[in-house]
Design a protein around this ligand. Structure first.
Ligand code: IMP
Length: 185
């Protein structure tokens, strides 16, 4: 089975590829950009994007909308994570948290699959923001996030290690369970 992943983020593609490899499913990238509306939830952003893409992409596809939610910042950057990453980056988040003792944060991922209908799968991972970036793997905010129960940042983990516990790994697990039940692949 093959799955089209609409994204311009090679890091997300690598994680989805690795994840589905074990199930004999080939993930390929459809490099298309799509509108990311301003909304209060990742689900709304993903839903709008899927509806927009469904008129432009042939056949089934999925996408992933994710965000980093920092407790001491009232959940910011959350749905604005892509913009914040592009503008102030993870150094900006570290600056905003300078002197802050509450480092709690979580990542959330919404995987949206379109097969003529919309199917949403979500995953979260809770943890903390480091004081300094560590590691060279992964992408985005990975160097400043340590998941609960670990000392390593996501950027110090292999893709397999990250997938086992990450927001995206959890959302992909829900997605693949659904595929197994519904498509019997
Ligand atoms: P979007 O899902 O493409 O809107 O991404 C939101 C922002 O969060 C981007 O800047 C990503 O780099 C970042 N991001 C999404 N997923 C992850 C992740 O797994 N690790 C680190 N940063 C992430």
């Amino acid at each position: 089975m093959e799955l089209a992943f609409v994204t311009s983020n090679p890091g997300k593609v690598e994680e989805a590829r690795r994840y589905f490899e074990g199930f004999g499913v080939r993930v390929y990238q459809l490099k298309m950009s799509y509108p990311e509306i301003q909304a209060d939830t990742l689900e709304e952003v993903a839903k709008y994007a899927v509806e927009w893409l469904s008129e432009r992409v042939e056949g089934p596809f999925f996408l992933d909308d994710s965000g980093l939610f920092v407790e001491a910042l009232g959940g910011f950057p959350g749905v604005y994570s892509a913009y914040v990453y592009r503008t102030i980056g993870y150094w900006g988040i570290l600056k905003l948290l300078a002197g802050e003792s509450n480092r709690r944060a979580f990542f959330k991922s919404v995987v949206a699959y379109w097969d003529g209908k919309l199917h949403l799968f979500t995953g979260e991972v809770h943890g903390r923001i480091t004081n300094e970036p560590r590691g060279t793997g992964g992408f985005g905010f990975d160097p400043i996030f340590v998941p609960d129960g670990f000392d390593k940042t996501f950027a110090e983990m292999t893709t397999e290690e990250k997938n086992e516990i990450s927001h995206r790994g959890n959302a992909l697990r829900a997605f693949s369970n659904w595929l197994k039940e519904n498509l019997k692949y």
